[in-house]
Design a protein. Structure first.
Length: 92
């Protein structure tokens, strides 16, 4: 029994990192602000909608920069993971 439990723990620890995808940030993505209040983007220009692709784990900041934004207004979130939003270009 003890050996089976140890094998299960080892297997689980090997599988855990497979579900956590580390995505490299695109140039400028580290500077993207993520906001949840419409007041935070009141003086900004919307540049596009962004959404997590199905069955993928993409850093939403990369998608925001990809459409020309520097701020992500979150519109959909599940378990603390941003699923969708609107990319805005805000004055600095």
């Amino acid at each position: 029994m003890k050996r089976e439990v140890l094998s299960l723990i080892v297997a689980a620890s090997l599988l855990l990192p497979a579900g956590c995808v580390t995505t490299a940030l695109a140039p400028g993505a580290a500077d993207v602000q993520t906001v949840r209040s419409a007041a935070d983007v009141a003086s900004c220009t919307a540049v596009g909608n962004v959404r997590q692709p199905p069955d993928q784990n993409v850093d939403m900041r990369n998608l925001t920069v990809g459409v020309g934004g520097n701020t992500l207004f979150v519109t959909e979130e599940a378990s603390g993971i941003v699923k969708a939003g609107v990319a805005y270009r805000c004055p600095k």
